[in-house]
Design a protein around this ligand. Structure first.
Ligand code: MG
Length: 386
């Protein structure tokens, strides 16, 4: 079906999509990328994002971002920019909503712990796992495993990848070998992710009392907007000051991204998505000045928030939970619930020890924070016998 659309020539056009792994009849009233987005929203992995952590463990408070609200914020920022640049909004939204589907419980601490557990079994990487979720692990359709998404959505999900892995992945990994880029919607979703988490981590960090506004004066992006807000509203309550500053920071980054990308696109004039893929640099991006400010902000967050002793205590506990679960299941898969045990047996049959470990990692990666904590308690708390 032809829908009224006004895409730029360099946008992803559904009619020139590289298609799906398993051929399907096109939807009647939706575009191919709308269908991708809808499949993602209805997936089990998407629902579980509600109870997975970004920085703060889910049960620490109901006010903090989770991976679900984070993904929705990424989609909002991505879609707004996609519309201005006349890119494909539906594809941008699909990639944004799917980009964290492969994340373990407990944020990056969980991913690092699981990667360590898998060190002799090909490792664990959340990007690859997101692709694995949509390609293999979701069980919803009669005709194929996974969600059978389009090439362009899958390309956007696979943000980075080692050359060795790229060779194993076939067509979706080819761009890393050829040193090419993903389409603009994928480039955009990646940067929208960065804008979303840098800014909401400031907001959540302030709310949790782990950082304060005087420390943030050393971050130029914050200080500039703080000065504007303070001079316009000298008596504004602190909570509102924070929100005014953060929303203005987001706006600054969005405007910079739009204008820098517009200038690069005007200069290179890519004729289609393939010209975008083979351009000498990515065409969606921040100005040099904004890149420097972003780096300053990231370094601040790394030092003062992600390394804060209260966050470190949480992440070290999270690693203990992941390690405990992995060791228990790898040594005795019969401790697994029947469905997961079956997955372990199937993968073990085809891939031996590697397969066993991968299936255990799949099970753990799919857990929410609270489910992982409950499983740990059920396995190791001798006073809980059920
Ligand atoms: Mg993210």
């Amino acid at each position: 079906m032809n829908l009224p659309q006004d895409f730029a020539p360099y946008a992803a056009h559904p009619e020139t999509s590289r298609g799906r792994r398993y051929t399907e009849i096109s939807p009647i009233y939706r575009s191919e990328y709308q269908r991708d987005r809808d499949r993602i929203v209805h997936s089990a992995a998407f629902r579980r994002l509600e109870y997975k952590t970004q920085v703060f463990v889910n049960h620490e408070g109901d006010m903090f971002r989770t991976r679900l609200t984070h993904s929705i914020e990424v989609a909002q920022i991505g879609r707004s920019i996609a519309r201005v640049l006349r890119l494909n909004e539906d594809l941008t939204e699909a990639i944004s909503l799917a980009h964290d589907l492969g994340h373990t419980p407990f944020g990056h601490a969980g991913q690092d712990a699981l990667n360590q557990c898998m060190r002799n079994h090909d490792g664990f990487e959340h990007n690859l796992q997101s692709l694995r979720v949509v390609d293999e692990l979701e069980e919803r359709y009669a005709e194929f495993p996974g969600l059978n998404l389009t090439f362009e959505t899958r390309e956007g999900i696979l943000k980075h990848c080692s050359l060795r892995k790229a060779a194993e992945l076939g067509d979706i990994g080819q761009r890393f070998i050829n040193k090419q880029h993903a389409g603009l919607e994928a480039q955009l979703a990646n940067l929208a992710d960065e804008i979303a988490y840098n800014n909401h981590d400031i907001d959540d960090g302030l709310r949790a009392g782990l950082i304060d506004m005087s420390q943030l004066q050393s971050v130029s992006l914050f200080r500039e907007q703080y000065d504007v807000v303070k001079s316009a509203y000298p008596d504004l309550a602190e909570r509102r000051v924070v929100h005014e500053v953060v929303r203005r920071m987001i706006n600054r980054q969005v405007v910079d991204l739009v204008e820098t990308s517009q200038a690069r696109l005007a200069e290179v004039q890519p004729v289609d998505i393939n010209a975008v893929r083979s351009a000498s640099t990515t065409l969606c991006g921040f100005s040099v000045a904004m890149q420097a400010q972003n780096l300053e902000l990231k370094q601040f967050l790394r030092k003062n928030l992600y390394q804060h002793y209260r966050v470190r205590r949480m992440t070290s506990k999270a690693a203990r939970v992941i390690n405990g679960l992995f060791d228990a299941f790898i040594n005795d898969p019969c401790l697994l619930p029947p469905e997961s045990l079956r997955n372990v047996q199937l993968l073990e049959q085809s891939k031996g020890d590697m397969g066993r470990a991968r299936a255990v990692a799949d099970y753990i990666a799919g857990m929410t924070d609270r489910y992982a904590i409950k499983e740990y308690d059920r396995l190791f708390n001798p006073f809980q016998l059920t």
